[in-house]
Design a protein around this ligand. Sequence first.
Ligand SMILES: [Zn+2]
Length: 223
Amino acid sequence: MKKTFLLGLLLAFGVAENSNAQSSEVFNKKGYKLTFENQDATFSKELKDKLVETFYQVYPKLAKEYNKKTSRNVTFVIDTAYDGVAATSNDRVVFSTKYMKSHPKDIDVVTHEVMHIVQAYGESNGPGWLTEGIADYARFKFGVDNAGAKWALPAFKTTQSYENSYRVTARFLVWIEKNIKPNLVKDLDKQLRDHTFTDNSWKNETGKTLDELWTAYAANPTI
Ligand SMILES: [Zn+2]
């Protein structure tokens, strides 16, 4: 009795799972495997192709620049239930169907998200705003069509802080590299992955503390 009941449960669960997955495709190129799971039968082939193409354009470059040991096995999920824009964990990127359909030109969501796979910080001792700032920095530097998405680094404002994360932090990182320390992001990224990053990393890298860097940035924020 008990066994039959369990089996029934498993079968029901299996059926429910399968009804979500409209299709699953596997791509193998440039040494990287990309599994594309699509839950939305009405998701256009054009947009799917663009997501896959963008992955193969940017991921090998990000791997070469930041982390040659990054995962070679990535999954993209077109998720009909997800309400955000996109999210990444365990080498798996979930894209919101709703968002991607209404913002088909925002293709460098791929670049930001797969940078999180390359980052592989695990239980990092670094701040979350820096992780997100580095992902948007990577989008700024390696994005395939930021202009087409009307995506740009926002102008500096005195109300900003480096803790604003994302594009605000990304612009600050670009400024530091231009004015004080080229390759800062590569160094910080490696330290975050190696779990050697500390608050002193800023001073060790640039000669200035984080707050001193921000003050210098605010005084002359041109990039
Ligand atoms: Zn992110």
